[in-house]
Design a protein around this ligand. Structure first.
Ligand SMILES: O=P(O)(O)O[C@@H]1[C@@H](OP(=O)(O)O)[C@H](OP(=O)(O)O)[C@H](O)[C@H](OP(=O)(O)O)[C@H]1OP(=O)(O)O
Ligand SMILES: Nc1ncnc2c1ncn2[C@@H]1O[C@H](COP(=O)(O)OP(=O)(O)O)[C@@H](O)[C@H]1O
Ligand SMILES: [Mg+2]
Ligand SMILES: [Mg+2]
Length: 316
């Protein structure tokens, strides 16, 4: 601990993220339980700051990674949340979902996977039916890069080959799965798992399949849009079984080597016990999660415990 019985968490976040995550309610609650949250000054070298027991970050770029490495060299006991390499994997929509395909968790009732998808990395692929690798329309076109920029969230729902020609590669084409217009967001904070529901795109009925115009959208679950599903479908939707969600979350946490993330889960309308993981986000908007102050503080305390136990000499 940096001070007697206190645990210091340095945070390095973009302004917007800092405002949404580091709310006075979190800082106060954490402080009352022995956790001090300290803002890292991004205009000063990281090695000159602290010492921190843990560093919480959502910044990218080689410079930042180098700063973290240097800090770790100087303070080998620091806990970095999370490893830049592990986070990097989520910045590509193919490597991100590979972690789901590699998972070995099983459940007798529920099954899961990812939608069929294919990458189009060159403009000439988009006019080539073979490059579709057997994908069926409609498809969602997603920018391959998922780096948190507005551009990386710009999606379109495409109904035919003509719709593909307007895309800007590299994009991932992913089969659209009818899922009753409701998405489940599963928040992971270390061992803690919380599943909530949000509105999503409505199902595409059979008779709309040959509609020609593509539908563009962005961050649909955060919008009050008319393109979302109806209120009653949303209110009536049941959450997936808790045990299934917990096992999936644990498997992903271990496979990804990450402690702070959420993933988007949809339930296939055609097979009510089959789920698809469609997106994984590093350090999402936790302030929208119920009781985020206590959940995050409990997480920091678990890190403090871990650090204390690794510093305790083993008795002979
Ligand atoms: O801004 P918020 O609170 O909506 O959080 C965003 C998340 O929304 P959610 O909490 O899941 O509804 C959002 O999740 P989705 O992509 O909407 O599933 C991302 O995690 C986003 O980070 P980034 O832009 O991908 O780096 C998150 O953005 P940042 O806050 O990290 O910039
Ligand atoms: N394969 C899919 N089938 C059906 N709906 C999807 C699919 N992929 C994405 N969506 C919808 O599009 C939204 C945005 O896609 P997502 O991959 O989560 O991107 P982002 O990283 O911008 O959140 C999802 O929240 C969901 O509503
Ligand atoms: Mg998403
Ligand atoms: Mg995302």
């Amino acid at each position: 601990m940096s001070g007697e019985d206190r645990f210091e968490v340095g945070y390095a976040l973009a302004q917007k993220k800092q405002k949404s995550f580091v709310q006075p309610s979190l800082v106060e609650h954490a402080r009352s339980r022995g956790i001090d949250m300290v803002c890292i000054d991004l205009d000063k070298p990281l090695v000159e700051q602290g010492p921190f027991d843990a560093i919480l970050h959502k910044l990218s770029g080689k410079e930042w990674h180098k700063e973290l490495e240097e800090y770790e060299k100087k303070h080998p006991d620091v806990i970095i949340i999370d490893s830049p390499d592990a986070i990097e994997r989520l910045h590509n929509r193919i490597s991100m979902l590979q972690a789901v395909s590699d998972l070995q968790v099983g459940d007798e009732q529920e099954t899961f996977g990812i939608p069929k998808q294919s990458v189009m990395d060159r403009a000439d692929c988009l006019g080539d039916l073979k490059a579709m690798s057997g994908l069926k329309f409609p498809v969602i076109a997603k920018p391959l890069v998922a780096d948190g920029s507005a551009k990386s969230h710009a999606m379109s729902l495409i109904f035919n080959q003509e719709g593909l020609t307007k895309l800007k590669p590299p994009v991932v084409l992913q089969e659209f799965v009818n899922h009753g217009g409701v998405i489940f967001k599963v928040y992971v904070v270390g061992d803690y798992v919380k599943c909530v529901k949000r509105r999503s795109l409505p199902d595409v009925p059979e008779d709309e399949l040959n509609r020609s115009e593509a539908l563009c959208f962005s961050q649909i679950s955060n919008m009050g849009s008319t393109q979302q599903c109806g209120a009653s479908d949303y209110l009536q939707a049941e959450l997936p079984p808790t045990k299934f969600v917990a096992e999936l979350a644990k498997g992903l946490r271990e496979n990804l080597g990450l402690r702070l993330f959420n993933f988007d889960l949809i339930r296939d309308s055609k097979a009510g016990n089959h789920y698809h993981v469609i997106d994984i986000n590093y350090f999402p908007g936790y302030a929208k999660m119920p009781a985020y102050e206590t959940v995050l503080t409990d997480f920091f305390l678990s890190l403090a415990k871990l650090k204390a136990s690794s510093n305790t000499p083993v008795a002979n």
